[in-house]
Ligand binder design. Structure first.
Ligand code: SF4
Length: 87
């Protein structure tokens, strides 16, 4: 009984963890146990991908659009104020 609690691989054999899905391919959090692959972080990898990219995936990063144009906040505020006054 105590041996099962000490062996970290036994938690995957308990049936609580579901196997990884196709989108998890390449993630460093996958663990190979005998012939099956599991996620070391989540019990249900399929649920993590249901709403988009898994937030703990190591092989996929979400694309974040960034602007390289620098805006002077003082000038922007003056411009916005000037636009509001025009009538
Ligand atoms: S962390 Fe996300 S992408 Fe990686 S194996 Fe787990 S569920 Fe899959």
């Amino acid at each position: 009984m105590a041996k099962a609690a000490q062996d970290p691989m036994m938690k995957y054999a308990s049936g609580e963890f579901q196997q990884v899905v196709e989108k998890c391919e390449g993630c460093e959090r996958t663990v190979q146990v005998e012939s099956a692959r599991y996620c070391s972080t989540y019990t249900s990898p399929e649920a993590k991908w249901r709403l988009g990219i898994c937030n703990f995936a190591t092989h996929v990063k979400p694309e974040i659009a960034t602007s390289t144009i620098k805006i002077n906040p003082l000038k922007a505020s003056k411009r916005a104020a000037a636009k509001g006054k025009k009538k």
